[in-house]
Structure formats: C-alpha cells, structure tokens
Ligand binder design. Structure first.
Ligand code: AMP
Ligand code: ZN
Ligand code: FE
Ligand code: FE
Length: 284
C-alpha cells in the first residue's frame, strides 16, 4: 500500500483555520495515511482529532514548540509521541501560551503607536477559545478591518520577523525543548531550521550543538526551504545519522500550504515511531 505521511499540520487550536475534526476529514480525503497534528505550544486538538479519525488514517500526537535561542532567534521544535501527561513539558507549553498574551499586547501597542488602528479585542475575536495566540490572529483582525487583504500581506508589510513591530515570544531555548520532549518519551525534530525567507536563521554550527543536546532529526522537506538549504541539511543529517522528515505545515485557509504537499519517507517515519516511548500511534 502506498503511504503519504504528513507530520506537520495546524488546527484552530493554534493558528490553523480548520477544527481538528475538519482536519481529520480533509486529511483522509487528501489520501494521507499518517498525520501528525502539531499545533503551536498545544495538544488541545488531539482528542477531537482522534474522535473524528476516518478509516485508514493513522494519527500521531505532536506539537510545534516555540523556542528562542540566547541570541533571541526564533526556532520551532517539533515534538512527537511524548507523554501527554508529562508535567514539565505541558507546563512549559502552558507558560509559553501565557507569554504570548503579553507579547501580543506589546505588538499591538507598537502598531497603535505606528498609526495602525487595531485593538487587542479585535485580535481576540479571531481566536478560538483556548487556542494558542499568534501573529496570524492579529493578521486576521487586520484583514477584517480592511487594513490588508490577507494574512500574507499582513506578514509582508507589518508582522514579519524583521519588522519594527516584531517581538519574539518568551519561550524555552531549543536545548531545553529537546530535553523536555525527550524526558517525556518523545522525539525531537527541528522544524524548517534553514528557512531563511522567514528571517534570520540559526547557523550550521549551532545546529550541530543541538545534535549534541539530543536532537533526533531535521524537518527538511518543507516549502520554506530552497534547494541549497535542503542540500546543506541533507549533508548534515547524513553526517550525524539524523532522522529526516517532511510536512506540509498546513494552516487551513490561513496559508497556501496544501495537505500532503511535503511528506516523510516511510523508513524515516519508522525511525520516529521506534524511538518514541511516550505515546502510541492511533493506528488507521
Ligand atoms: P507566531 O507564532 O506568533 O510567531 O506566528 C508565526 C506563525 O505565523 C507561523 O506559524 C506561520 O505559519 C505564520 N506565518 C508566518 N508568515 C506567514 C505568512 N506570510 N502568511 C501566513 N502565515 C504566516
Ligand atoms: Zn502557525
Ligand atoms: Fe513553524
Ligand atoms: Fe508550523
């Protein structure tokens, strides 16, 4: 049987636009055989995803953990198949979600000072209850007010990582996130590490220190990596025998990314499921 393994997707429990139930149905319809839900700093969508699992779709518990290096670079760490009751990991994610609120208040203040008429209340109106707050919700509020036409335009003009309105979210270091994921029996794979179009990226040398800190793998097959970035990462992954993954980073209608547009090879997925001890795959 052919496989289509997509290990990077978001629901409206963070900044995706589909409910977990809608995501489950769409993934099945798109021919995906194994799907990981990786909301930002949250696993709140997991039970609804499982309850709506179509036949033939295997489901993988995951999260995309926001991290910040000591130089304040933003890094995303994908965690898979960790124990969802692990106190330290869950409280770290909870803390990041709280920190995202203060960060948003400051970003909105900066925008207001810059003459952009947007309020915190308008941002909150775009967020599902309990979901992880992020810049995409601010973008949605700007779209609703007619300031920009879509999320992309909001990011291109106001919200990108080099913008004067940008602030990083207070979150653990990548080293700490790796430690937390692995202590919870999970697998730690760095998301889109060389996606230079998003802003300043980490160096190859720093990536090597993360390997020393226990990093299990690298997400290489991602739309934001160009060919030369993929080649450099493939070379690194071979040198350190790291797991290589891929995923769509689907956000519903919030981004152009289509389910299954990037995927993970079966042999690499098997390495992930074999290394994990914290949680089991919900088999299709
Ligand atoms: P935050 O978590 O608040 O730092 O926001 C980061 C999120 O914004 C990421 O998950 C991206 O998917 C999303 N994002 C970044 N650039 C864009 C863009 N140009 N269009 C839509 N979403 C974007
Ligand atoms: Zn996102
Ligand atoms: Fe990401
Ligand atoms: Fe993502």
């Amino acid at each position: 049987m052919s496989t289509l393994i997509d290990l990077h997707t978001h629901s409206n429990e963070s900044d995706g636009t589909d409910t977990p139930a809608q995501l489950a149905v769409k993934a099945g319809a798109a021919g995906i055989t194994t799907l990981a839900l990786t909301d930002h700093d949250s696993i709140a969508g997991w039970s609804e995803l499982v309850e709506n699992k179509p036949k033939g779709l295997s489901l993988v518990l995951g999260a995309e953990i926001s991290c910040q290096t000591e130089e304040a670079l933003s890094v995303h760490m994908l965690g898979y198949l960790f124990d969802p009751n692990n106190h330290d990991l869950i409280s770290s994610m909870n803390q990041t979600r709280v920190n995202r609120i203060t960060r948003m208040e400051k970003i909105v203040e900066k925008l207001q000072a810059g003459g952009v008429e947007i309020t915190l209340t308008e941002v909150y109106a775009e967020l599902s209850e309990g979901a992880t707050l992020g810049r995409p919700h601010l973008a949605d509020a700007m779209v609703r007010k007619g300031i920009v036409k879509d999320r992309s335009e909001a990011f291109n003009i106001y919200l990108h990582n080099r913008s004067k309105y940008y602030l990083p979210d207070a979150s653990p270091t990548p080293e700490r996130a790796i430690k937390l994921i692995k202590a919870a029996g999970g697998v730690a794979i760095i998301a889109h590490p060389f996606a230079s179009l998003r802003g300043k990226i980490i160096s190859a040398q720093y990536l090597e220190t993360l390997v020393g800190a226990g990093l299990d793998g690298i997400e290489i097959f991602h739309r934001d990596h160009n060919q030369s970035e993929r080649d450099q990462l493939l070379e690194l992954s071979r040198r350190y025998q790291l797991i290589v993954s891929g995923g769509s980073d689907y956000h519903g209608s919030g981004k152009e990314n289509r389910l299954g547009e990037n995927s993970t090879q079966k042999s690499q997925w098997e390495r992930i499921s074999e290394v994990a001890t914290g949680f089991s795959v919900v088999q299709g």
